[in-house]
Unconditional design. Structure first.
Length: 168
């Protein structure tokens, strides 16, 4: 704790997971091909190279054909299939949730090392719980990551409207 930048054991896991989530998000937002979100062979384009702008662009959730199954890159027959089925969405969301949980652990770890009470890490668990509810718990409850919130501005508003329509 004498260093100016504290990494800690949670940071050892946090840094690669958040860097992975961030880099895949940027690459997918700019250049990902259309995703067959409904599983009916009608792909939805969300990236900038496929005609979207910053407002309308989004990372499209995984295909309904994948459902709630864990879909890492090596489970697909090819990279094109993984992209077509929306693999980047699951990769981003799961790495992001793990990285943010490690950030909370890092805050707790630093306060423990400094002999402080861990209330800052406790306070920041509320937004983490909200993100986990929207990106992980809700899709599991619906039975498919295709029901998750698209990662973009218009995708967020679309998710809110669909959520209200389906659960009102």
């Amino acid at each position: 704790t004498e260093n100016r930048l504290y990494i800690g054991w949670f940071g050892v896991l946090m840094i690669p997971t958040l860097l992975t989530a961030t880099s895949v998000f940027i690459i997918a937002f700019v250049a990902a091909p259309p995703v067959d979100i409904d599983g009916i062979r009608e792909p939805v384009a969300g990236s900038l190279l496929y005609g979207n702008n910053i407002i309308s662009g989004a990372i499209i959730p995984s295909s309904a054909a994948i459902g709630i199954h864990f879909y890492p890159i090596w489970e697909a027959a090819s990279l094109d299939e993984w992209l077509y089925n929306g693999g980047p969405y699951e990769l981003i969301v799961l790495h992001f949730i793990l990285g943010v949980c490690c950030y909370i652990g890092r805050e707790w770890e630093l306060s423990y090392r400094l002999g402080m009470r861990p209330w800052i890490s406790v306070a920041f668990t509320a937004p983490v719980a909200a993100a986990a509810a929207v990106f992980v718990i809700y899709p599991i409850g619906q039975g498919s990551f295709s029901d998750g919130m698209p990662l973009g501005i218009s995708g967020t508003f679309n998710f809110m409207l669909v959520f209200q329509a389906e659960h009102n």
